[in-house]
Design a protein around this ligand. Structure first.
Ligand code: BT5
Length: 272
């Protein structure tokens, strides 16, 4: 990964920079080690590269533009340059690989917390990794792990949040309709205070996780998926049923028409 690429657009009022982010940061370690890139392929790829070379927990890679921003299953994440918060956090939680959804949980809850505090928005979580408002996706989380045996070596927690974008700028063929903060509140939203609030909320939640506190109950209470009729498209067969809850590892429990219970570890859920 070429680390020297710090060239890019000239600063604008809402511009991100290492200095501007550090100036208002209230965290102890999360984001204290930060790489800002005007443009990159994918912040998750950069963070993984750094994690493999020993970068510490709490290091953040953030970009204004991604040429190959990714979702799950190598799907594209679209974000017009400068419109979004696109960041990846390196974490090294004492979890087993099967528990990695707990990292997605704390990221989702930290985003919810920051959006409530900074923008006054009530945002829901949609299993497994989306933030939604009235059925439209405003953010997505992509947690990728490096593991050796039964131990997680690192987790790269990537977050893409649609801040100041017109959903019409995005391709028409999205899995779920998209929205953005500016669309929801009717004005441009400064990214810097939102980012700083997000990092502070995530640090608190990561410290709690490391202290043995599970985010499970708070996360499941926020899931708009639970209690709904769903269609599940995943690696396994296509399923339809009622989402009745999530287990400790964050797998979705779906009751099928024949009364049987399916445990879904990965997939896309359509709410009916
Ligand atoms: C996600 O995947 O939602 C995870 C997105 C994570 C993106 C961040 S940006 C910083 C970091 N670096 C990366 O390279 N990635 C992370 P998934 O649930 O698979 O959803 C992907 C799908 O969302 C795509 O196939 C589109 O249908 C849709 N999509 C793409 N861009 C979108 C956007 N801006 N808003 C809403 N939906 C979008």
């Amino acid at each position: 990964m070429p680390l020297e690429a710090q060239e890019g657009p000239q600063p604008v009022p809402d511009s991100l920079s290492t200095q501007a982010i550090a100036a208002g940061l209230t965290t102890t370690f999360l984001g204290r080690n930060l790489l800002y890139r005007p443009a990159t392929d994918s912040t998750n790829d950069d963070a993984r590269w750094l994690a493999l070379r020993g970068a510490p927990a709490g290091m953040v890679v953030i970009a204004d533009h991604q040429t190959r921003g990714r979702g799950r299953l190598d799907r594209r994440w679209h974000a017009p340059s400068g419109s979004s918060l696109l960041l990846s956090v390196i974490l090294r939680p004492a979890l087993e690989p099967r528990q990695v959804q707990q990292v997605t949980m704390i990221c989702g809850l930290a985003l919810v917390e920051a959006l409530a505090a900074q923008v006054g928005l009530e945002v829901g979580l949609k299993w497994p990794n989306d933030l939604v408002v009235a059925g439209a996706k405003v953010a997505g989380i992509l947690a990728e792990v490096g593991a050796s045996g039964e131990c997680l070596d690192y987790v790269v927690a990537g977050m893409g949040l649609n801040v100041n974008l017109d959903p019409e700028q995005l391709p028409g063929s999205l899995l779920t309709p998209a929205t953005s903060l500016s669309r929801l509140v009717g004005h441009q939203v400064p990214r810097l205070p939102l980012l700083q609030a997000l990092l502070a909320a995530l640090e608190r939640r990561y410290v709690a996780l490391e202290g043995g506190h599970s985010p499970h109950s708070e996360w499941s209470a926020r899931l708009v998926t639970v209690g709904r009729r769903v269609q599940v498209r995943g690696p396994g067969p296509f399923l339809e049923g009622v989402a009745i809850g999530v287990d400790d590892d964050g797998a979705l429990l779906v009751r099928l028409a024949d009364g049987s219970l399916e445990r879904i570890i990965a997939g896309d859920v359509l709410l009916q």
